[in-house]
Write a protein that binds this ligand. Structure first.
Ligand code: SF4
Length: 209
């Protein structure tokens, strides 16, 4: 067993190291989860090329138990948003997110996914995927290098390792509501913003009536 599973307050005698571990359920459970995160196999733009490079033998995501990139959201733990998020695509991205089982994580890879990047003012670009999805880790860069993405993985591992099982949303009692799918019309409508959008019918907006 790896030494980092041991509780520091219960030192293991030298001759028993590697054979005996004193740990907590949270610690050993999260050790298994963080060492087997399966990313979804998809890409949005140029950042995806760096994500693909991270999976090659030179950088070797298999070291982290992450080499199984799944083409289905239902067999995925991690969505890496690797590229420019357009208004046309965000309804599909949110739909895929809703199909990923809990516990799930989102990584915004690169300047575009994090805040719109060089296309921030573009008529067709979302200024950051965090307007629609809860992002766990941001990876800076345009594009981020494979090393930067690996740093993002290690940051996510730390976050998973520190999560008490009882605090994980999918393990609590009750059902989780899916995120509202944005609507693409003449422009993109984030349904979460609806209460703040004044009505088009004069006199029907309670704040101005
Ligand atoms: S952040 Fe840079 S490299 Fe990544 S998708 Fe945007 S323009 Fe391409």
């Amino acid at each position: 067993m790896p030494d980092d599973l041991n509780l520091p307050e219960f030192p293991i005698p030298e001759d028993l190291r590697g054979q005996v571990t004193i740990t907590t359920l949270d610690r050993i459970y999260n050790w298994g989860r963080r060492a087997s995160v399966w990313p979804m196999f998809w890409g949005l733009a140029c950042c995806a090329i760096e994500m693909i490079a991270t999976a090659t033998s030179r950088y070797d995501m298999a070291r982290f138990g992450m080499e199984v990139m799944r083409p289905s959201p239902r067999q995925t733990d991690l969505m890496i948003i690797s590229g420019t998020v357009t208004k046309k695509l965000i309804p599909q991205i949110v739909r895929l997110y809703n199909q990923v089982p809990e516990p799930k994580y989102v990584m915004a890879m690169g300047a575009c996914a994090s805040g719109g990047g060089p296309f921030k003012e573009g008529y067709n670009v979302v200024s950051g995927v965090d307007q629609f999805l809860p992002v766990d880790v941001y990876v800076p860069g345009c594009p981020p290098t494979p090393q930067a993405l690996i740093h993002g993985f290690l940051t996510l591992h730390k976050k998973i390792a520190a999560q008490p099982i009882k605090a994980i949303p999918g393990y609590r009692k009750g059902t989780l509501e899916p995120l509202p799918i944005p609507v693409l019309g003449p422009d993109l409508i984030n349904l979460r913003d609806l209460p703040r959008i004044p009505s088009a019918v004069p006199g029907s907006d309670p704040e101005t009536a």
